[in-house]
Structure formats: structure tokens, C-alpha cells
Design a protein around this ligand. Structure first.
Ligand SMILES: [Zn+2]
Length: 333
């Protein structure tokens, strides 16, 4: 397995019990040592190619009403190159109409996760995804689903409460199943969606419906989208994906079917690949596969048994590739 995702290692301690105490967030905001991640209109303020962790002393006071502060967590030992252990990180979500942003520190720009994800390290990725998910939730839960009255942010930004009926609302996570389909001969079935270029292939995914298990959703989605029946599944791991608030449950699914039938709605085509065939297709441009740090890639490499090389990898280091091949042979021997 590669080390990227899914990893059980948490890089931030969310202080879940402490953050619910009255005054916890105010105390953190009163320290000079905390750092602020800024969000505005679904984008984060970057610092070069990394996520910006701003010293509150260089930021103006929160601009006006409508700003939401959320406690994201405390940096665990030795896990961030940029921040010392024990640093508290607070998300500041600026109101949609935040006015003049001329105070933004020089050179910093607001960017969306999809635009910068490939260049983020594991620490920034985790903080960005957490910040994005909770910011999205605040943005769509300003009013009570029961009575329509305004809600207020409490528990350091991890709960909203209706000002009228007192009902409490928490950030939601929507599970989705994502499956790498493996046939009886060991080949993998990958799908090409209408939304993509015709040489792009990936695993198949879909949301879990009410009352359904992750496994049932996986079997149903695969039958619907590529027309094969999975007789068994093994769970590999999960990944949070903040658009808008998904949790991808990754499976390897096994089928005895050899014919795939794309649904012609989402899936344009589906194609079987052997291991060497897929690696060769990726290197010669015949197949473009999901990027590293995605759970789709993790599932592919789980099936493959090692790191799938891309053209850039080979050009960058023929020697490393050869060394890797030797290691892989050793592993499979
Ligand atoms: Zn209400």
C-alpha cells in the first residue's frame, strides 16, 4: 500500500470534548500563538502553494457580522513542517459579502480545493478538507430545518442551534461507496464517464441511500452503472471528500461477470485492464487515471500491488522506477 490515503493517522487533535465547553474558542482566539485559516466563498487563502496559516496579529479584526470561527484542532507532534506541535488552528469563514479584501497579506490568493489539491502535502490536505466541509455546512445551515428561524453557531463552530425552538444541528457527512471491480481473471474494470475525456478511466462511485449499508450501495451502484453483479466485497478504507460533505467508503468488489454494460447516462464505456496492460496504457497516454491522494487511486494501487507510474515519474527518475520494479517483484515473489 502507498502511504497517502486512507491513513488512520490524524494530524490534528480536534479536542472534541474541550471545544464544546463554554468559552473554549474565545480562549484560543485570545492567544497570540493560534493560527488562522481563512475561507471566503468556498475558497481558502493560500500562502504560496501551501495553505495559509496566518498569525492573527497580521489580520484585521473579523470584518463584520456573519463571520464564523471554527476550532479545527491542535497540531500533533512532528506532523507539520510549517507549524510547531501544539499550535491551535482556527478556521475563519468570512461572510459572502466580506467587503474590501485589500488587507489580504501580500501575494496570498483564495483558491478552491480542486485547483490546489495536487500540490498540497498531507497536513494541508487534511486541514483544507476539514475546513471546507465544515464551512460548506455553515453556509447551508443558517436557518432551522424545522421552523425556518435563524440558527447560531456554538460549540466552537461544531453545532448550530435554532434561536426559536432550541433544536441542535450538527455537521453532516454523506457516505458514498466507491468500488474497484475485479473479475475472476484478476483484471480490473474501469469506467469512463461522459463528463471526461475518452481516455480517462476510474473506479465507480455512488451515494449510499437511506436505509442502505455501504456494501448494498456498492452492489447496487455497480449493477446500475456498469451492469455487473458483485458477489463479494472487501473494504479497503475511506476518505473524506468535501463536495459537499462526502465520506467515500472504498471497496474492492469481485464479480464473475465478464461483460460490462455501461448505463449510457453517466458511464460512456467500461474497459477491463490487466495489471501490466494498465501500467503500459498509463505510460503511453492510452489511459489517464485518478491522481495520487485520491481514494480511487489508492484502490487502483491496492489492486495493482504497488505504485502505478506516470509518464512524469519515469522521465524524472528512470533509476527509481527500476528500483521500484525490483521491490515489487520482491513483494510479489
Ligand atoms: Zn427552529
Amino acid at each position: 500500500m502507498t502511504a497517502s490515503n486512507p491513513s488512520p493517522e490524524t494530524l490534528l487533535d480536534r479536542q472534541c470534548e474541550q471545544r464544546s465547553e463554554a468559552g473554549y474558542l474565545a480562549t484560543v482566539l485570545g492567544t497570540a500563538s493560534h493560527r488562522v485559516v481563512l475561507f471566503h466563498r468556498g475558497q481558502a487563502l493560500m500562502n504560496g502553494s501551501g495553505l495559509g496559516y496566518f498569525d492573527p496579529a497580521v489580520l484585521p479584526a473579523a470584518p463584520n457580522t456573519g463571520t464564523i470561527n471554527v476550532y479545527l484542532g491542535r497540531v500533533r507532534a512532528g506532523l507539520s513542517g510549517a507549524l510547531p506541535e501544539g499550535t491551535d488552528i482556527v478556521l475563519r469563514v468570512l461572510p459572502y459579502d466580506a467587503g474590501d479584501l485589500a488587507w489580504v497579506p501580500g501575494g496570498a490568493e483564495f483558491s478552491g480545493y480542486r485547483d490546489v489539491a495536487a500540490g498540497l502535502d498531507a497536513f494541508d490536505t487534511q486541514v483544507f478538507v476539514e475546513a471546507q466541509a465544515v464551512a460548506n455546512w455553515h453556509g447551508t445551515h443558517t436557518h432551522c430545518p424545522r421552523c425556518g428561524s435563524p440558527t447560531e453557531s456554538l460549540c466552537a463552530g461544531w453545532m448550530r442551534r435554532c434561536e426559536q425552538d432550541g433544536s441542535e444541528h450538527f455537521p453532516r457527512t454523506d457516505p458514498a461507496a466507491i468500488v474497484a471491480i475485479v473479475g475472476a481473471d484478476g483484471r480490473i474494470l474501469l469506467a469512463n464517464n461522459f463528463a471526461w475525456d475518452e481516455n480517462r478511466y476510474s473506479t465507480v462511485a455512488g451515494f449510499v441511500e437511506a436505509g442502505e449499508s455501504g456494501e448494498q450501495a456498492a452492489v447496487r451502484e455497480i449493477a446500475e452503472e456498469v451492469g455487473v453483479h458483485l458477489h463479494s466485497l472487501s473494504y479497503v478504507g475511506s476518505q473524506a471528500w468535501p463536495f459537499p460533505r462526502s465520506l467515500m467508503l472504498g471497496f474492492i468488489g469481485y464479480t464473475d461477470d465478464t461483460e460490462a454494460t455501461p448505463d449510457n447516462v453517466e458511464v460512456r464505456s467500461a474497459r477491463w485492464f490487466g495489471r501490466e496492460e494498465l501500467q503500459a496504457a498509463v505510460l503511453d497516454g492510452g489511459a489517464v487515471i485518478p491522481g495520487r491522494l485520491s481514494i480511487a487511486r489508492e484502490l487502483l494501487e491496492h489492486w495493482y500491488g504497488g505504485r502505478l507510474l506516470e509518464p512524469g515519474d519515469v522521465a524524472a527518475s528512470e533509476e527509481a522506477a527500476k528500483k521500484h520494479e525490483l521491490v515489487q517483484r520482491g513483494e510479489s515473489a
